[in-house]
Design a protein around this ligand. Structure first.
Ligand SMILES: [Zn+2]
Length: 392
């Protein structure tokens, strides 16, 4: 005899149980040390439910009971902490010229790092070969394999992070590549993917230089050009996950601009990226900087052309979205920022409408190492309440 109603109920109870457990774990992680009483207050769950969840988490070795504090009489509440030092994540930065990996613990301390330089990805399988090479090396350094909670990847390319698919990355030779599925079947771990500019923006918005900002734009002038847009504290991904594709912003006059790999002319990436500079102007950012130092007239003219294009593009974005901050970063800025940034600042503030002039232009001293940020994706997901499960 089948039970038509009960199994469903069990499933939803089980789901609710795991959501509540996740809620409690996240709260202990973000607000710990925290007592059982405070947990009950903040979650609205009963004392008994909290006791059950905490006992389960203690048994599974996720929590630490610390010394009781305060209270002059009676039983003192025991503050709880998550054992972040005992959980691990792997972060991978999959770039066109290198694959960098970091093994971190949940306190974001780096345990081991590996970098593989890439000359060229010769076919569609090579990026994955590099990634698995780096992951396999890192796995040897995981203190407790059962406590490795996942692999996060930062990708130079268009990413559908929900589906775990790299939609398009010319440098990686990928189009609709199911990276999450490939890595999951090899490592049997949760896998998370994010576009590199989006990840940088998420990290800076969560606890970096954009933490106090609700509306901002991040522009990464790197091997290619990436962009990320945060409006009302939400990262905008767009209808087909390609919002912020700043590299194909039409910024140069079409008549003196080469055809971009997207098929159009005038794209910002044609000259304002490391790859564009090399392909269309035959120089690296470092060589460009030296030529500028020597006052080479063609280099001076090229800098003026690039600065006009970037400055106009950013001014338009500011005029359209009215952000409070614009963060500019990437290898082009690491090398050429000392020349570009003062010019950009002058151009942007003099061309945007007065109503937008409160915007702050900021930059990072160095483009951050994204492998540790990618590991952070695992940490964030681990403590996240699985909201999507609520709509099941
Ligand atoms: Zn283009």
């Amino acid at each position: 005899m089948l039970h038509p109603v009960k199994p469903e109920r069990t499933t939803s109870n089980k789901l609710l149980k795991s959501i509540n457990q996740q809620k409690v774990l996240r709260l202990i992680y973000t607000e710990g040390p925290i007592s059982r009483v405070e947990l009950a207050d903040k979650t609205g769950l009963t004392q008994q439910t909290i006791t059950n969840i905490v006992n389960r988490l203690l048994e599974e070795d996720y929590l630490l009971e610390t010394e009781p504090v305060g209270g002059s009489s009676g039983r003192k509440p025991i503050p709880l902490l998550v054992k972040t030092g005992g959980m691990y994540a792997i972060g991978i930065e999959l770039a066109v010229k290198y694959v960098r990996g970091a093994l971190i613990d949940f306190q974001h301390s780096i345990i081991h790092e590996v970098t593989e330089q890439v000359n060229e990805y010769t076919n569609v399988d090579t990026p994955l070969e590099y990634v698995t090479q780096v992951v396999d090396q890192l796995l040897k350094h995981v203190p407790k394999p059962e406590q490795l909670k996942g692999i996060g990847c930062s990708i130079q390319g268009l990413v559908d992070s929900k589906q775990g698919v790299v939609i398009y990355s010319p440098g990686l030779r990928w189009r609709n590549y199911p990276l999450k599925e490939r890595l999951e079947s090899r490592y049997n771990l949760p896998i998370y993917l994010e576009n590199d500019a989006n990840l940088l923006s998420l990290v800076e918005n969560l606890n970096g230089r954009l933490a106090d900002s609700a509306n901002n734009v991040t522009i990464k002038l790197d091997y290619g050009v990436g962009g990320a847009l945060v409006l009302n504290n939400q990262l905008c991904t767009g209808a087909t996950h390609v919002a912020g594709e700043f590299g194909h912003y039409k910024a140069f006059a079409a008549e003196d601009s080469p055809v971009c790999h997207c098929g159009a002319r005038g794209c910002l990436t044609s000259f304002a990226s490391v790859s564009g500079l090399r392909r269309h102007a035959g120089r690296t950012p470092e060589q460009f900087d030296e030529q500028l130092e020597a006052n080479d007239p063609t280099a001076v003219a090229l800098l003026a052309k690039i600065e006009l294009a970037i400055g106009t593009a950013i001014s338009n974005v500011i005029t359209f979205f009215n952000p409070d901050h614009v963060l500019i970063t990437g290898k082009m800025i690491d090398v050429l920022g000392h020349r570009l940034l003062p010019l950009l600042e002058k151009r942007i503030y003099s061309t945007i409408p007065e109503s937008c002039r409160g915007v702050k232009l900021i930059h990072l001293p160095q483009t951050p190492n994204e492998s540790t940020s990618a590991g952070g994706l695992v940490v964030n997901h681990f403590f996240d309440v699985p909201l999507e499960s609520l709509s099941l």
